[in-house]
Design a protein around this ligand. Structure first.
Ligand code: PNS
Length: 162
């Protein structure tokens, strides 16, 4: 039987429990997910790309349904190369909508067969974002409830040296 594979693109700077919730939800109805990590040129990432990749690989080391890859350039070009035409994205609140709507419509102009499935995370992660996590961690706040242990440790390491 044909496998259903989707790409979950993002900057994951860093990955949060909200992202993980979306990944777990998607695996209820798809067979495999490729987490495609990119440097967003508009944001200055805190974690180097390779670090983000190694963190995510570590988190999912036991899962055979999760792959992690770097992608550069346009998402549509990466998807064509992979021959995958399904995207997973998380949707938290109204403010996400405009941005996501714009991404879907832009990508569709280049790749009309592309479809995006939006999933909503658990209520307690609705407000969560990588930016908020970085802000809390930079002010010595406890982020253990919101990110995997490895991310909390890496954040501590970064900010203790600043
Ligand atoms: O969750 P993020 O970090 O805001 O992810 C945004 C991402 C990476 C999905 C988006 O910026 C993207 O697809 N970037 C690749 C460049 C691209 O294809 N741009 C045109 C469509 S917006």
């Amino acid at each position: 039987m044909k496998e259903t594979i989707a790409v979950y693109p993002g900057s994951f700077d860093p990955i949060t429990n909200g992202h993980i919730d979306i990944i777990e939800r998607s695996l209820k109805f798809i067979d495999r997910i490729v987490i495609a990590v990119t440097d967003n040129p508009h944001k200055k990432p805190l974690f180097e790309l390779n670090k983000r990749i190694s963190i995510i690989k570590n988190i999912f080391k036991k899962s055979t349904s999760v792959e992690v890859e770097i992608f550069n350039g346009l998402l549509v070009d990466y998807l064509k190369k992979k021959n995958i035409f399904l995207i997973i994205r998380g949707l938290r609140e109204v403010s996400d909508f405009n941005y996501e709507f714009q991404i879907v419509l832009t990508n569709r102009k280049f790749l009309s067969r592309l479809e995006t499935i939006f999933l909503m995370p658990r209520e307690e992660y609705l407000f969560l974002s990588s930016s908020i996590i970085k802000e809390i961690a930079s002010m010595n706040g406890d982020v253990k409830k919101f990110v995997p242990e490895i991310v909390a440790k890496e954040l501590k390491n970064i900010y203790k040296n600043r």
